[in-house]
Write a protein that binds this ligand. Structure first.
Ligand code: NDP
Ligand code: 2IT
Length: 444
């Protein structure tokens, strides 16, 4: 049996119930076969894949807090410090009721390769809680964040582990988390990214994931002889990534016509009204029904359904496993040219394979959504230097990083005879840097 199969079997046996984690591991290890098989004896002797797939450390903790009625609530807290071969652990915190260890491990595992692809010195980690910020008062969110950090602060630091936002964690939560870290540690340092601009945040970090997604998509299309201008774009989600993907799509002359949240979705044939969307989601924290109410030409539908709208480009920007084979069939049948993932692992493996077989350009999240964490690393640099760069400086660096990522994954796919398979290209290019660093650092 090959080394890859042996490791996959061991992991399936031990972690079969961690579905999202196994999904991510299977996709990565399958694409690494071409690399591992070349030097199977060495990788196996060094147990490199086992070390890659077992986190360096997982911290699991209880998060007690008091709600507005005086009731004590208890949530689960997680921080998985997956791999520090190329830099301090770096990755977001997700607050969502679905969060469990398997989901945090999948996200942390993906983060290793994503962070490697940015070209910046950051290792992989992820954390979060099953806390649901939806419907909570600001005081409740603050109480939760303070309790969460009261445990987490022992394990993080500007040179050890630097968390940031993800689903359910935005500027408000990062502010409360930062305040509590500072109070407990007595140290004012860049221990979190995505901070407010008044206290060490970077310009363009808020926009970075969505903007970066479009910069990479534009480059991928350009290298395949296609201009993004005038293209119809279907977007899922209406959070941080989706909003700034829509903003950049509009700036590039494309036409985004959908967005969604966990309750329903909007089809606005005239193009999404960005100011209205921001007002509803960033200011009021309200539902998309309000969008349709304020915009007569737009349709609101309950449930999921954006992938049935004919488009040139599809950008899944909500969550994992939100684009299934039947969605891929509709996209391909309707003439979709490109799918680029803004979310982490939004497309199932079967849907990905179908799109690739149909010749739809497909860019995996670990490459196309890397602009967020890349700009987080730029925030860390600015914090270390105790200076702030202009919006234009950060945005230019982000664009350059995304263009480089596309060319690196493209070249890696060609080098291994898999031209156009950007999933394999991203996994291989991300892996090689980390694997070489691990080899150099010995058995640790
Ligand atoms: P937000 O919390 O800002 O927004 C998430 C959006 O997705 C909301 O519209 C939310 O709807 C929807 N959503 C979340 N979970 C579900 C679900 N289970 N079913 C249906 N809809 C859902 O998060 P972000 O925009 O920051 O993150 C979106 C994705 O992008 C995630 O996969 C994240 O890991 C990834 N990502 C984020 C980065 C960042 O910098 N923020 C960087 C790279 C990747 P509702 O409000 O109704 O829950
Ligand atoms: O999935 C991701 O890359 C993020 N949520 C951003 C992580 C970060 O450290 O900025």
């Amino acid at each position: 049996m090959s080394y890859v199969d042996r490791v996959l079997n061991q992991l399936r046996e031990r972690h079969g119930e961690q579905k999202e984690f196994m999904q991510a591991v299977e996709e990565v290890l399958e694409s690494l076969r071409v690399v591992i098989d070349e030097n199977e004896e060495e990788y196996s002797r060094l147990a490199l894949l086992e070390r890659l797939c077992i986190p360096e450390r997982s911290v699991l903790f209880r998060v007690p807090w008091i709600d507005d009625k005086g009731q004590v609530q208890v949530n689960y807290g997680y921080r998985v410090q997956f791999n520090s071969a190329i830099g301090p652990y770096k990755g977001g915190l997700r607050f969502h009721p679905s969060v469990n260890l398997g989901i945090i491990k999948f996200l942390g595992f993906e983060q290793i390769f994503k962070n490697s692809l940015t070209g910046l010195p950051i290792g992989g980690g992820k954390g979060g809680s099953n806390f649901d910020p939806k419907g909570k008062s600001d005081r409740e969110v603050m109480a939760f964040c303070q309790s969460f950090m009261t445990e987490l602060w022992k394990h993080i630091g500007a040179d050890t582990d630097v968390p940031a936002g993800d689903i359910g964690v935005g500027a408000r939560e990062i502010g409360y988390l930062f305040g509590q870290y500072k109070r407990l540690s007595g140290v004012y340092e860049g221990v979190l990214t995505g901070k407010g601009l008044e206290f060490g945040g970077s310009l363009a970090r808020k926009e970075a994931t969505g903007y970066g997604l479009l910069y990479l998509t534009e480059e991928m299309l350009k290298c395949n002889g296609i201009d993004i201008e005038g293209k119809t774009v279907v977007v899922s989600g209406s959070g941080n990534v989706a909003i700034y993907a829509i903003e950049k799509a509009l700036q590039l002359g494309a036409k985004p016509v959908t967005c969604s949240d966990s309750a329903g979705w909007i089809y606005d044939p005239e193009g999404i009204d960005l100011d209205l969307l921001k007002e509803i989601k960033e200011e009021k924290r309200a539902r998309l029904t309000e969008y349709a109410a304020a915009r007569p030409g737009a349709q609101y539908h309950e449930g999921r359904g954006v992938w049935q709208i004919p488009c040139d480009i599809a950008l899944p920007c909500a969550t994992q496993n939100e684009l299934f084979p039947e969605d891929a069939e509709m996209l391909a049948a309707n003439g979709c040219i490109a799918v680029a993932e803004g979310a982490n692992m939004p497309t199932t493996r079967e849907a990905t394979k179908y799109l690739q077989e149909k010749g739809v350009l497909f860019c995996p999240g670990k490459a196309s959504n890397a602009g967020g964490v890349a700009t987080s690393a730029l925030e860390m640099s600015q914090n270390s230097e105790r200076i702030s760069w202009s919006f234009e400086d950060v945005d230019n660096k982000l664009r350059e990083i995304m263009i480089n990522i596309f060319h690196n994954i493209d070249e890696a796919s060609k080098k291994y005879g898999l031209e156009g398979d950007y999933v394999a290209g991203a996994n291989i290019a991300g892996f090689l840097k980390v694997a070489n660093a691990m080899k150099s650092q010995g058995v640790v």
